[in-house]
Write a protein that binds this ligand. Sequence first.
Ligand SMILES: *Cc1c(COP(=O)(O)O)cnc(C)c1O
Ligand SMILES: [Zn+2]
Length: 418
Amino acid sequence: MAKVLGLRCKECGEVYPKNPVHVCELCFGPLEIIYNYDEIASRLTKSKILDGPLSMWRYADLLPIDGDPTVGRQVGYTPLVKADNLAKVLGVRELYVKNDSVNHPTLSFKDRVVAVALSKAREFGFDTVGCASTGNLANSVAAHAAEGKFKAYIFIPHDLEQGKVLGTLVYGATVLAVKGNYDEVNRLCSEVAGKYGWGLANVNLRPFYGDGSKTVAYEIAEQLGWRAPQNIVAPSAGGSLLTKIYKGLQEFHKLGLIPDLPTKMYCAQATGCCPITTMVKERSEIMKPVKPNTIAKSIAIGNPADGYYAADTCRKSGGWAEDVTDDEVIEGIRLLAETEGIFTETAGGVTVSTARKLINQGILARDESIVLCITGNGLKTQEAILGKIGHTIPISPNLASLAEALAGLGGVPETGRK
Ligand SMILES: *Cc1c(COP(=O)(O)O)cnc(C)c1O
Ligand SMILES: [Zn+2]
């Protein structure tokens, strides 16, 4: 028996064979993978996971590819950092950072979804892949396409950060900079997939792509000693990551790998693009698309494909949602860097500042365990903080010049080796 039985429409339940399709022909609802959990349960144990590779592929039994992965074999198993310094500043008892800013190879959580999507693309027989991206997905698809010897066509909005653009071009991908925002890029790509017969990671491969995000949850649970945290804060763009983190925890619970599921999910967005947090805060069933205007470009999706499900997951799990201004995004980046020595991108600044806001509102409980999902690396979004942090102090290469500079700083405090 196969572990993947097919695809199912999340809205009307219609079942489809395992193909590169992502919307229901009957109701246009999104499709998701149908797993054979009885079959998976018969062979998946803690010790099998523990004996597996130190990568996201230790959970391969719960990922939607038939054979072994053919690209991205080293992706995942990123650090879960106990963030005691940040906990102190935020006034909470037990805080962790799931640090995907050091994910191999392109320094964001997107390597997880792409490792699955392109391994599946190979199984489907595609020789050309691509994506619609706000930046990190572009980096990851281009890198894994190079590794897997696929041709790659990457579609991005024309105004992305330079680090994201260079970090795509370097792999030799063809990069199309679309004069429009992400939602327009995405609309174009749904036409592209059909016309050219390419495997687009977050379009016609989307059901497979999405499940790569479940591995964030599996790792958190394993790294906490096979238990789920009481709270997880995650940034949302299309809403897939947050939804799939919870799905991953539900699967671990169903399979008996964690004893209970107390986790409340919290969505973090930038106020300049917050269709999902607005839905939660207004207790609305309808998501209103917005026109993005924020420095947090990696999560600036005005019409998120899984927005409804992300909002629903926050509510059903007993969590909530909040959004923060661009100034707060920068404060969040600085706070994480200065307390924990972790340099995250704008999306991470959103997550840290949203967590602080939820704690100050009394919504996130100070005495409960909290995991912050840090999803991307700060070296890729340098524009966001340029001129807004400290500056270097120029000196000549001699002690007199150093002494002058230190005097200018108000002198050197009495310190030394103790
Ligand atoms: C893509 C992305 C997200 C959100 O992903 P969705 O699954 O689309 O909600 C969060 N953080 C970073 C850094 C990303 O690149
Ligand atoms: Zn349907």
